[in-house]
Design a protein around this ligand. Sequence first.
Ligand SMILES: [Fe+2]
Length: 211
Amino acid sequence: MCTTLISIIIMATTKVAAYTLPVLPYPSDALEPIISEETIKNHHGKHLAAYVNNLNKLIPDSEYEGLLVEEIVQQAADGPIYNNAGQVMNHRLYFEQFVPVSQYKAPNGRVINALNYHFGNIEAFKKQMTDAAMSVFGSGWVWLAADAEGRLLIVTEPGGGNPWRRGLTPILGIDCWEHSWYLDYAFDKRAHYDGLWKIINWDVIDNRMSM
Ligand SMILES: [Fe+2]
């Protein structure tokens, strides 16, 4: 087989997108008592798994075949493909950004300096994020995002939206869908949002600020 043909086959093979369920960076019970093991198992193992499976059914033979999830979120028209790609991207970022309470470390260095600069102080930042989450009517997300000049801003997105679609870099996301909190907190979703600040992995946030 000639080298050119082999190269074409390799390129064609690598272009096929097989979207997979990301592995959690901690055990499923590691975020208790803030997020229960049952919620993690449902949220990651059922809801996110469903978004991944949906994407794998929708993408083959579409104009988006071979694209990364991030590229689909940027390019897809509103509809099922965008919705499922958005939720796959959102939940990858979401589950990656947590750490068990016992391993929590307060933000420092670049992160705390950036939050102080843009929001006054860390408590003011947390309050703005939490208030934004409380303002989301129905399903959606709140994001700390960065624009092209590195300015930080808080944005809300309906449904499976991600500010990446509008040229912003997502840095920290709060999932406002009921599946993220209802099982543990019933009608007190503010308690869930307040608790999330005890399990944010600020090292992950720091890495995202450098991207
Ligand atoms: Fe979710």
